[in-house]
Ligand binder design. Structure first.
Ligand SMILES: *[C@@H]1O[C@H](CO)[C@@H](O)[C@H](O)[C@H]1NC(C)=O
Ligand SMILES: *[C@@H]1O[C@H](CO)[C@@H](O)[C@H](O)[C@H]1NC(C)=O
Length: 209
């Protein structure tokens, strides 16, 4: 009897953890259910190239990128190569409980310089910044540049801003955004958590996964 009960509790734990899924939204192809990143102003980001810089060479980095695609933007009001007047943004609205941003960083020191200065906001509140200084080699690398940590499971809006007004040169090569969410087709994890709490007094100390 006790054995059967233990099996039931363990399968509840498995259901609860299986309900959390990570969803990756590609910069170009979006994610499931048609979710897409929006780019503002639209012409400041270019798929497969560097928006805002007409004479920057096309970086040969699609092999580094999720789904082989990326969106680049350069912002520097003081740089004659740059045609944008306000910092470019990439925005994603999602239903989830955390979010992270994946970019490709450039180690080039010219045309354009790989200095990157990003600001991340969730629901209009600034959460973090990311700054990168290129090493001077002609290489690129992928990196997670922002992780939100836990957010309440709800609708959220993430904004990635490239550079700042009057803030110097900034290059962003955006690859993808990953968010975690509750797979609502499975039993809700809060209902399962409640049943675990009720049954916990008899639970052996090492029954947690
Ligand atoms: C989701 O991503 C986070 C962060 O990378 C990772 O710790 C977690 O194990 C992933 N969860 C699933 C269900 O893949
Ligand atoms: C989240 O946003 C979507 C799209 O706007 C809406 O259909 C849905 O009802 C919202 N969900 C919650 C829990 O607010």
């Amino acid at each position: 009897m006790r054995c059967l009960w233990l099996v039931t509790v363990l399968s509840l734990f498995q259901l609860a953890s299986a309900a959390i899924v990570n969803i990756t939204v590609d910069d170009q192809n979006g994610g499931p259910d048609g979710i897409e990143i929006s780019y503002q102003p639209p012409n400041s980001w270019v798929q497969g190239a560097i928006g805002g810089c007409t004479d920057c060479p096309t970086p040969a980095i699609s092999n580094l990128a999720y789904m082989n695609t990326f969106h680049g933007s350069l912002f520097n009001q003081g740089n004659q190569k740059n045609s944008q007047q306000s910092p470019p943004s990439a925005i994603l609205a999602f239903f989830g409980s955390s979010v992270s941003v994946n970019c490709i960083l450039s180690n080039e020191v010219s045309n354009p310089v790989g200095i990157s200065r990003m600001t991340f906001s969730v629901d209009g509140i600034q959460r973090n910044t990311f700054t990168y200084t290129p090493t001077g080699s002609s290489t690129f690398q992928s990196a997670t540049v922002f992780s939100s940590g836990p957010l309440g499971l709800a609708n959220h809006t993430l904004e990635i801003k490239n550079g700042a007004t009057g803030g110097g040169s900034s290059l962003v090569i955006l690859d993808s955004i990953t968010y975690s969410t509750d797979d609502l087709t499975s039993p809700s994890s809060s209902a399962l958590a409640a049943s675990q709490t009720v049954q916990a007094p008899d639970s052996p100390p090492n029954s947690s996964p």
